[in-house]
Design a protein around this ligand. Sequence first.
Ligand code: ADP
Ligand code: MG
Length: 386
Amino acid sequence: MIPSGHKIGILGGGQLGTFFTIAAKRLGYHVTVWDPHPEAPAHAWADTRIDTGFDDTQGRRNFIKACEAASYEWENIPVELVEAIEAEIPVRPDGRVLALLQNRIKEKSFLSEHNFPIVPYHPIQQIRQLQSAAETLGFPLICKTATAGYDGHGQWILNQPEEIESFTPLLKACPEGWIVEKYVPLHKELAIVAVRDNKGDVYCYPVTENRHEEGILRQSKVPAEIEASLLNKVSSLSVDILTTLEGTGVFCIEFFLLNDGTLLINEIAPRPHNSGHYTLDVCPSSQFEMQVRVVCDLPLVPPRLLSQAAMINIMGAEIRALEVETHLNALLEIEGTKIYHYRKNEIINRRKMGHITLTNSDSERLSGVRAILDRAAGKRDVKRPL
Ligand code: ADP
Ligand code: MG
């Protein structure tokens, strides 16, 4: 065990790295944040900061010297870096698991080899493979880059055979290849944060119900409003996946629920996740504290939900809702809002800039929050389901 007062580190200093750093410091750890961007939000919370590129060997030596164990905040950290670090200190999840989960082709073949239910897919490197996959799967299709995709980046929907040709230049743009899968009509999207400790025990948080807009998570509600038997199925599949994977760390597994009740696994993230942000406010130990506990071999306890909640991401210009007095007043006057501003250096369209957790949420207060975000971003009279 690595007790309080010792030194741990995190690779990546966005909002997930920030919440890890805060959780670790509250528990009394000295935290080193390594993020190549000097203005990455977590640097402001770090005890020690490294802001050279992930290929900097001196940075690597400094990181190893400053830490007794480490984790990372997203799956696109170079595997070689994690492998070099774990030759000296534990990194959780380890490089083998990272290599598997940062590449959709490897991830999907792991899941299908072990007979976990997934959307029918084909790996593709060449256009003729896409043509024959289209014949087998039928339209519409969704193509995803094997690596480096997130928040809907690196994805294209193909609706008809004529669109295949125009895809040729894109195919070449990702040398690691692509996967193509059937674009399935979704009844609901579900996700679960699950943690596996060093002894192999798995602990599951409650299942969330997620809504995406333009491929980005927009809103998450917990607990998911689905039958108890389905909730149990999500948890038991997640335990099976992490047990088969033999990964140690915090994971988030995304699921698709189809209209006929079929449950399919979409993807696995080897880290805390946006859809687990509610754990900061309505669980005794957040997903980030769990990440610290796993990294330091502290005991884990089964997660418990203190209240239902909804989490709404603050995207791009909506962050003005926190910076303009009238909007901020209106937000804070809604009972149960918990506001998080990520202090990112620049407003970028579709970028996650913060989030709001509404504890004990109801649809009226939820639509109130969304309306204030819309107004702050200059959008008017948007009608949407909650
Ligand atoms: P990312 O790594 O960007 O999160 P995902 O594979 O999770 O990539 O896709 C992002 C979102 O796009 C999903 O949450 C879902 O809303 C939609 N999506 C992805 N694949 C499919 C599919 N096969 N059928 C229907 N919707 C999909
Ligand atoms: Mg996803």
